[in-house]
Design a binder for this molecule. Structure first.
Ligand SMILES: [Zn+2]
Length: 413
């Protein structure tokens, strides 16, 4: 009898604990998939805006002077003119090939290239809280232990002893997650084999576990961004699981370099913007990424070409193809337009017009953002009552040393 009671108690406990476990799993799953784009991006609040910059393919060690000149110039001008929260470098920090094309990369002074990179970083007082540098395929060329130099001389490698990094950025009104990943394939440290094979990339199980843990940790963030060197299609190992992680966790963006050409983005999945930034060394290109009330805007920029301009409201409905964050604009006399303008000289005017028609109307400079160093221009009286339902374009121009334009597509509903 006593045994039966004990048994019954055990069974009841067992059932109870299993139900509890099931409940825990289900609720955990709900928490994990909670990150999506349902946050209100169509907000009148002009204080919840921050921006950062993405560069790639700096190739320190090439025979021309553009490698060091452009990275130096970028650090100096971008810090003072754009004042981003931080800079992300998507790899090929160093070159290790072009130093001697005739005899092959082994004759390069690889250590000297890494020291040149590290010295340039130090001279500009760049640290991990402002700069994160992911490894590219060039960063491991001719090494017996792949990315050993990277871990000794890159900013994040030196600080963490790892090839990948994740961190949270607290904007004061919300938290944003950033992960830099290591896509170089350790089987292709020979530059010629790598090129012949089409630069295959790899994420090992350990690397994917790191990424998954980083995504699960502190999962109630506003947005998550991942940056790596290679395009997703180059992944010959780990691609399926990586795509599943992007999709499952609703990652907002995968930013990368490698191609040396800026492409105006696409979508990896409906949520994940696929952003390819050009080479800073070869083309002087970089991207400004602005987050306005969780809405993402991207602007391609060229080093030292000012003013740089980026519309943050309304969101571009064609960003990456079909932008899931974009919201329709209602017919009203009080719609908002917000634009960030960055210039080495003061910008005299920022103006807008719709569908390339009519007279240009002014935006006003807002001085409340980023202390006195305001970059924000806006209007709170954009009259959309005369626009027909359907798709339109909003064009904004900033008049500074030169006149520069940005355009977004929006829908009137
Ligand atoms: Zn490159």
């Amino acid at each position: 009898m006593i045994l039966n009671v004990v048994k019954r108690k055990k069974i009841i406990f067992c059932i109870f604990s299993q139900v509890f476990l099931l409940f825990f799993i289900l609720t955990s799953f709900e928490i994990l998939k909670a990150e999506d784009f349902s946050d209100i991006t169509n907000s009148d609040d002009n204080s919840k805006i921050f921006w950062f910059t993405l560069i790639s393919d700096t190739h320190i060690g090439t025979p021309d002077a553009n490698d060091t000149n452009r990275l130096n110039s970028f650090f100096k001008s971008v810090k003072s003119v754009i004042n981003p929260k931080f800079i992300i470098n998507a790899g090929d920090l160093t070159d290790h090939v072009r130093c001697n094309l005739l005899t092959g990369g082994r004759t390069c002074d690889h250590l000297a290239q890494w020291k040149e990179y590290a010295n340039l970083i130090d001279a500009n007082k760049i640290q991990l809280d402002f700069y994160s540098d992911a490894p590219g395929n060039h960063d491991q060329y001719w090494e017996n232990i792949p990315l050993l130099y990277y871990r000794d001389y890159s900013v994040q490698g030196k600080a963490t002893g790892e090839n990948q990094r994740s961190w949270l950025f607290d904007a004061g009104y919300g938290t944003y997650k950033f992960i830099t990943i290591a896509t170089p394939h350790p089987g292709y440290t020979n530059a010629f084999d790598d090129r012949a094979a089409g630069c295959p990339s790899e994420l090992s199980d350990d690397e994917l576990n790191f990424i998954e843990n980083a995504l699960m940790y502190e999962n109630n963030v506003n947005l998550t961004f991942i940056f790596g060197h290679h395009p997703v299609q180059n992944l010959v190992i780990g691609r399926t699981r990586f795509l599943e992680l992007l999709n499952h966790f609703g990652v907002a963006m995968y930013g990368y370099g490698h191609t040396h050409r800026y492409s105006d983005s696409s979508r990896i999945s409906s949520n994940t913007l696929n952003l390819n930034v050009g080479s800073l060394w070869e083309r002087g290109q970089y991207a400004i990424i602005a987050i306005d009330n969780n809405g993402i805007s991207v602007s391609q920029a060229i080093i030292n070409q000012w003013p740089a301009i980026i519309i943050t409201k309304p969101l571009d409905r064609t960003l990456g193809g079909v932008n899931p964050q974009a919201y329709p604009i209602s017919p009203s006399q009080n719609n908002k337009i917000r634009v960030l303008v960055f210039g080495s000289m003061p910008t005299s005017q920022v103006l807008y017009r719709v569908d390339g028609l009519g007279s240009w109307l002014p935006l006003n400079k807002v001085r409340s953002l980023s202390n006195n160093n305001s970059h924000l221009w806006e209007t709170t009286s954009w009259n959309t009552t005369t626009l027909s339902p359907g798709i339109h374009t909003l064009q904004v121009k900033a008049v500074g040393l030169r006149t520069r334009y940005d355009t977004v597509t929006f829908e009137i509903k």
